[in-house]
Structures are given as C-alpha cells and as structure tokens.
Design a binder for this molecule. Structure first.
Ligand code: NAD
Length: 465
C-alpha cells in the first residue's frame, strides 16, 4: 500500500468517526430538526443520513416518507404562505397557498423513476436511476417554501439528502419548512437530518457548501449570480435562472380572455414567479381593445410612467428591490398615484427600449409594447427574452402563429391561450416544479433529474426469448 492510499483510508476513518461522534452529541442537544450552527455540521449530518437512507430504504419505503411529508405540509399551507409574505415582505398570501399546494400535491415522487431494460441473446442489461448523494440546494426569496417542499420531495424520492441554502430574507420560514418536513420523515420511520440548513444562511455559507467535497450536486434556483456560481463550482450543477417572459397577443386572439388571463398570470403572487408574464407584445390593430378589456377588469393604465419610473427603478437604472413583489395598490401609492378599488396589475404603454420592458422587474407592473405585425412581435419577444430560454406565452387562434412563435422563442415553458401559471401545473396538465432549469436544460425538474444513471449487465442469462 502506498502513502496516498494510506492517507485516503485514514481520512475516511476520521470522517466516519467524526460523523458518529457528532451525531450522538447532536441528537441530545439539537432540538431544531436539521438546523445547524455551521455548514460543516449541516453537511456532516446530511451525509450520514443519506448513507443510512440509501442502504436501508427501498423505493417503497421512500414513498412512505414522501406521503408523510405531503400530509404534514398539507396542514401548513396557509401558515407558511402567511409567514413567507410577512418575513420577505413580498407576494400575496392567497397565491402562495396555491403555490405551496402545487408543491405538495403535484411534485412527482418515486413514480418518476423508471428502470430501462434491454434483453436479447447476450442476456439482460438494466439501467437504474441512482442517487447522487448529498445535494446543495439554493432557494430564492420569491418562492422560499415552495422551492424547499418541491426540491425536498424530488431529491428524497431520488434517494438523496439535501443541504438547503435558503435566502437570508426568508430564512425563518424556510427553517420552519425544513423542520416540519424532517419531523414528518422521522415520525414515518425515516432517518433524522435528511434535510439540513444553517441557522444563518449567507452567500458565504452557500459558497462553503458548494465547495465542500462531500457535496456531489449543486442545484441553484435564483438569479444570474447564483447560477453562475453553481456552474463554476466544479460539481454537477443544475441552473434554474432568471427569465423575462414575453406574451404575444395577435389579432386573432380572444381579446377579452387574453386580457383576463394576462392579469391573472402577471399578478399571480405579485409577479414574483420567474414564469409570470413580464412584457406584453400587442399587435397594433388590437392594442387599444386589449387595454380596454384589461382596464375593465383588474388592471389600471398609467398613461405617464414617469412617476412609476422614480420608484420602480434606482438612480442607476437597476430595479428597486423594495418594490419587488409588492401589491399594485402599494406601488401606486408610493408613486403618488391613485389606485382603483380592485387593482391587481398596473399597465404602462411604452416603447420597446423602455427599462420596464428590458428588465425582469418581479412586480405587478407590466409594459405593453405596440408592434406593427405578428412577425415583429416574434422578433422583439425573442430579443426581450434575452436568451434565458425560460418562459413565453401567446394568445392567438392561428395555428401557424402558435407554432411559429414556439419554434423561434425556444423557451423551456410555452403557454398558449392561458395564464402563464398553467405552465407550472396551475390549471394546466403536467407536474409542478419551482426549479425550472433553462440554462442547463433539465427543464421542469423532478425526481429523475436528481439521479445518476447506472448500468448493470448480466451476460448469457435472464433473457427468456
Ligand atoms: P437571488 O439570485 O438573489 O438569490 C437566490 C439564492 O442565491 C439566495 O439563496 C441567495 O442567498 C443566493 N445567492 C445569490 N447570489 C449568490 C452568489 N453570487 N453566490 C452564491 N449564492 C448566491 O434571487 P432571488 O431574488 O432570491 O430570486 C429571484 C430570481 O430567481 C429571479 O431572477 C427569478 O427569475 C429567479 N428564479 C428562477 C427560478 C427558476 O426555476 N428558473 C425559480 C425562482 C426564481
């Protein structure tokens, strides 16, 4: 045995010893179900739990734990929505309840994992979906509890453990979510600490988590900074980044329905979802009618956007984070404008180069751009999506137009004649997720995304034909 091999064995033994030693003292002292003072402790606990989970829990047993997680979280949808709004000072409670429910009920479990088999004269080969190990999952402030519930279900269904890195502005509700999930797992007979986090999450704790050699996969759900950091981590990384979803309305659209659908989608949770409509491209012949139907419903047109610009944008032109996810009526009030009674969405009629068009605002203020014709709408919508390949929507009855835009925009989610949230399973078919991996291409993530494929080959046997 050479020195290198000997060092490797010593390292393994020491790590094993530390994990055992740590877990016994932790069990006595830690009442907080998976929440640790340091990242080192959070990773150590998750790694130990993952080893036990992988060795001793069958797929069926994983599913029992997931059922328990769903049941427990189903009892806290409203509490978590309320707390998320209070702590982050963003969003709408009623919409966050819907998002939490989607995560609980429509995130796929172990049924998402499929074994492939090849049989023939040479025998039988199976390809199975195995866990990665411990995943570092970074969550955004815009969907704090939904992302944790959804990723916990998918990542555990795949056999992993997770170290969560919640956004500092939603750390308390995120820690509560993790504790409730762990409580349900343990009560159903699962290992302690399959889900962990640090008490005080910061960008530095995210960095130390990503760098740790025991972390095998990094899943970043957030803006461009964190996606770039994850992709530079040297680990298998999944990047679920920013979007700027355009919605086209052409002259064949059912305008009344388009108006109502856009208001519903763009004001859902005050426009916090990365999938929400952020720019309307209206063909010029129908733009006035579309605006008329929108303002007859829950939208209000602000003719001179100057007052809004002052509070939506900072002096350097960046987005004022204090307005992100705020109610439309609050934004109007801050701008010194009078809001109508049932207001959900503010509309401004601006040209293509306006910053409200070009920047992802994440607030219920939507720009409408009048365009010459459908082809111009497509060209500008592709431009404004900035290559994020995230989400786009269209209202049209022309099949050629519906198809043409889909081909040109190349987004991960494409919604036709419905509010954008249909694309994540709210009133649309298909599973729900809050981690939509455009940059790295996994799309709407689910359990199978968090697995590695392994091939097992048996030659000259087990084929019966
Ligand atoms: P954010 O990028 O500010 O923060 C997200 C998380 O990353 C937080 O936990 C934060 O602490 C961490 N973080 C931020 N910068 C980092 C860096 N440089 N290094 C390490 N960690 C870092 O985003 P946010 O404001 O919380 O969320 C809104 C953004 O996320 C929007 O751009 C939205 O489109 C996007 N988003 C995307 C998806 C998706 O599935 N594609 C889902 C939700 C949100």
């Amino acid at each position: 045995m050479n020195t290198e091999e000997l060092n490797e064995i010593v390292k393994e033994v020491l790590q094993e010893f530390n994990e055992q030693d740590y877990s016994s003292s932790q069990k006595e002292s830690d009442k907080e179900l998976g929440i640790y003072d340091s990242m080192e402790e959070a990773i150590t606990a998750a790694r130990r739990a993952q080893k036990e989970y992988q060795a001793n829990f069958s797929l069926q047993e994983r599913e029992t734990l997931i059922a328990a997680m769903r049941k427990e979280m189903g009892q806290h949808l409203e509490e978590l929505a309320q707390k998320a709004c209070e702590e982050s000072e963003m969003g709408r409670v009623a919409d966050k309840i819907i998002k939490n429910r989607m995560a609980v009920e429509k995130t796929p479990g172990t049924e998402d994992l499929k074994t492939e088999a090849y049989s023939g004269r040479d025998g039988l080969t199976v390809i199975e979906q195995a866990p990665f190990g411990v995943i570092c999952s970074i969550a955004p402030v815009t969907n704090p509890t939904e992302t944790i519930i959804c990723n916990a279900i998918g990542m555990l269904a795949a056999g992993n453990a997770v170290v969560f890195n919640p956004h500092p502005r939603a750390k308390n509700v995120s820690k509560l979510t993790i504790k409730l999930l762990n409580k349900a797992i343990v009560a159903a007979g699962g290992p302690s600490y399959l889900l962990t986090a640090v008490k005080e999450p910061t960008i530095q704790t995210v960095e130390s988590c990503m760098k740790d050699e025991r972390i095998i996969m990094v899943v970043a759900t957030g803006g461009p900074g964190v996606v770039k950091a994850a992709l530079s981590s040297g680990k298998k990384a999944i990047g679920a980044g920013a979007g700027n979803p355009p919605v086209i309305v052409d002259r064949t659209a059912d305008l009344k329905k388009a108006a109502v659908d856009i208001i519903k989608g763009a004001s859902f949770d005050n426009n916090l979802p990365c999938t929400s409509e952020k720019v309307i491209m209206a063909v010029k012949e129908i733009a006035d009618d579309l605006l008329k139907y929108m303002t007859e419903d829950k939208a209000q047109l602000v003719k001179d956007p100057a007052a809004l610009e002052k509070i939506v944008l900072n002096e350097d032109g960046s987005i004022n984070k204090d307005m992100v996810g705020k109610d439309a009526s609050y934004i109007m009030e801050q701008a010194g404008l009078k809001a109508k009674g049932n207001l959900r969405l503010i509309v401004v009629d601006v040209d293509f180069n306006h910053p409200f068009v070009q920047k992802e605002q994440l607030m219920p203020v939507i720009p409408l751009v009048r365009v010459e014709d459908f082809n111009t709408a497509v060209k500008l919508a592709v431009e404004v999506e900035h290559g994020n390949r995230h989400t786009a929507a269209i209202h049209s009855k022309n099949v050629d137009n519906l198809t043409c835009f889909a081909k040109k925009i190349e987004t991960t989610i494409y919604v036709k004649n419905a509010p954008s949230y249909a694309g994540i399973g709210v009133g649309g078919e298909g599973h729900a997720t809050f981690t939509i991996a455009g940059p790295t291409g996994e799309g709407l993530t689910s359990a199978r995304t968090f697995t590695r494929r392994r091939r097992c080959v048996l030659v000259d046997g087990f084929s019966i034909i």
